[in-house]
Design a protein around this ligand. Sequence first.
Ligand SMILES: C[S@@+](CC[C@H](N)C(=O)[O-])C[C@H]1O[C@@H](n2cnc3c(N)ncnc32)[C@H](O)[C@@H]1O
Length: 279
Amino acid sequence: MKNRKPDYIGTDYGFDSVLSSSAIDELPLWSAPFGLALLDAVEYRKKITALDIGFGTGFPLIELAQRLGKSSTVYGIDPWRPSHLRAKYRMKFHGIDNVILIKGAAEEIPLKDKSVDLIVSNNGTNNVQDIDKVFAECSRIAKRGAQFIITVNLDATFKEFYTAFFKVLEKRGMNDEIIKLKKHIRDKRPPLEETKSLFEKNGFRIRKVVKDKFVMKFADAESFFSHSLIKLGFSGNWEKLLPQKSAAAIFRQIGKSLSQTAKERKFTVPFALIDTFKV
Ligand SMILES: C[S@@+](CC[C@H](N)C(=O)[O-])C[C@H]1O[C@@H](n2cnc3c(N)ncnc32)[C@H](O)[C@@H]1O
């Protein structure tokens, strides 16, 4: 798909069901540490064309559009319809007119070859179906010298929880589930070296990699399991790895195990920022 007319662009999705995405913060607390690092790494210039992949409810898309200013155009691509409604509502409310939303997947970006100066993705590229296709598309649309920055959480995310999870599965002799859990972590959060080589394979040279982490603390395991972030983005997948009849008991056992290891439940989220440019 080369130089296809961007037919998604400018479609009016209306504001009627914006409420369906309004329960999710415009900048989820979870995304903020990644996002601040990303916004800091951007080389701000006038009159550029930028793209945000997987903008959720409008982050960093709307912030970036404001910081780049009206002489620049910022496209945002995301297949999730409610995200468009929420972002559109916010853009209209604040009078932001240099953003163009594309409803679709980044595996097929309806922008011209060599037309984009800046591509960003805050915890977005690690959520796509086909990462190889997405990077090939980014390579196609990037101008020579274009900056491409992503942030991703790393494989040791919530390692305190996963250590307890593996321990419980081992105690129960659930070897198949141990294999499934290892594969799940590998698929969701591939090693950083793999992501770095994807950039290089697609003609992007790495300028810098910044590693950081933040910690989420909870009073007990129950508050961790019932937190909105865990319910929205994690626990459904964990449950799918387990036989339905024993899932609840296993989570109770993990909770107990977590309570024994520390008084205060701390869960670490290591992440990386990869800043590159097109050669
Ligand atoms: C973890 S959220 C990140 C949202 C936002 N960037 C933030 O920092 O809060 C991942 C986003 O990627 C979007 N996404 C999933 N698959 C995608 C794809 N193939 N192309 C573009 N975006 C995709 C999801 O709809 C979701 O909005």
